[in-house]
Design a protein around this ligand. Structure first.
Ligand SMILES: Nc1ncnc2c1ncn2[C@@H]1O[C@H](COP(=O)(O)OP(=O)(O)OP(=O)(O)O)[C@@H](O)[C@H]1O
Length: 258
């Protein structure tokens, strides 16, 4: 599925949070949205998973305007894992994962054999099978995050939108999740803070600064010391990863003089 953001702007209370953002993710492409705190990443993603309507511009999937579709129709194609995808109700893990089937169901809440297998497979993939009967409110942050990813997978989306999905995850689960995103074959739009993981995971990066797109391209073209200094205010040393050649950023932490 091809995703296009066409001059998307979001204005709230007179402030422009996203300013004419145009961006494409081709079928099966993994595109990373990076930028400092408050640069508009979550706001842009909200427009894609329909938690927010752009003030102007359009979000298109395979050329069709998302806002012209019913929420149920778009939820069959677009799944989101977001920082606010929490539930206040103490469903079990298995129940939360099964909720991912909701957009595909027509009045019949029981899962078919195929759907049950889909849920089991998603829980295996995300390593939460052993938690199936636990209440989600009792989980650790990382466990809950993996449950939400399992729920997104059973939605069988063609586009996966993830806002900081590695938050709360330990290093093994970060690497596993991002390796999954690399190989899943879905179109992926993911906001990431860790520029090294973003470089290793994404085909292309889009850099946001104060709501505007300042650079887009393959990680090796985008992550220059100049760009990182200009956008993030730190000057890294950029070295190729010894095994993959992907650019990796090293930072120097020195004690501030009193
Ligand atoms: N509903 C709102 N009303 C007013 N301002 C908002 C609203 N939502 C977000 N903002 C502001 O818009 C800006 C962009 O926020 P956004 O959450 O999109 O940034 P972000 O790049 O995802 O940041 P972070 O890296 O900190 O998660 C921030 O300055 C934020 O305070």
């Amino acid at each position: 599925m091809e995703l296009t953001l066409d001059a998307v702007s979001v204005e709230i209370a007179g402030a422009t949070l996203v300013d004419e953002l145009s961006l494409k993710a081709g079928d099966g492409e993994v595109v990373g949205l990076v930028g400092p705190n408050g640069s508009g990443k979550s706001t842009a993603l909200r427009c894609v998973y329909r938690a927010l309507r752009p003030t102007s511009g359009a979000v298109l999937v395979d050329g069709s305007d998302l806002t012209a579709m019913s929420i149920r129709d778009s939820a069959r194609s677009v799944a989101a894992v977001t920082q606010d995808s929490t539930t206040d109700l103490d469903f079990t893990v298995a129940e939360v994962v099964a909720l991912g089937r909701f957009p595909h169901q027509r009045g019949n809440p029981s899962l078919s054999e195929r759907e049950q297998e889909l849920c089991a497979e998603a829980m295996r993939r995300t390593g939460v099978t052993h938690l199936a009967r636990r209440g989600v409110l009792s989980l650790s942050g990382g466990e809950r995050q993996r449950v939400l990813i399992a729920r997104a997978l059973v939605q069988e989306p063609r586009l996966l939108v993830l806002d900081e999905p590695t938050n709360h995850l330990d290093v093994r689960h970060q690497v596993e999740l991002l390796s999954f995103l690399r190989g899943c074959g879905l179109t992926v739009l993911v906001a990431l803070h860790d520029l090294n993981l973003a470089a290793s995971t994404c085909d292309r990066l889009a850099v946001l600064y104060e709501g505007s797109l300042v650079e887009t391209g393959p990680p090796a073209d985008v992550l220059t010391p100049e760009l990182v200094r200009r956008v993030f205010g730190v000057t890294p040393t950029v070295v190729p990863h010894p095994l993959t050649g992907v650019p990796q950023l090293l930072y120097t932490v020195a004690p501030e003089s009193p």
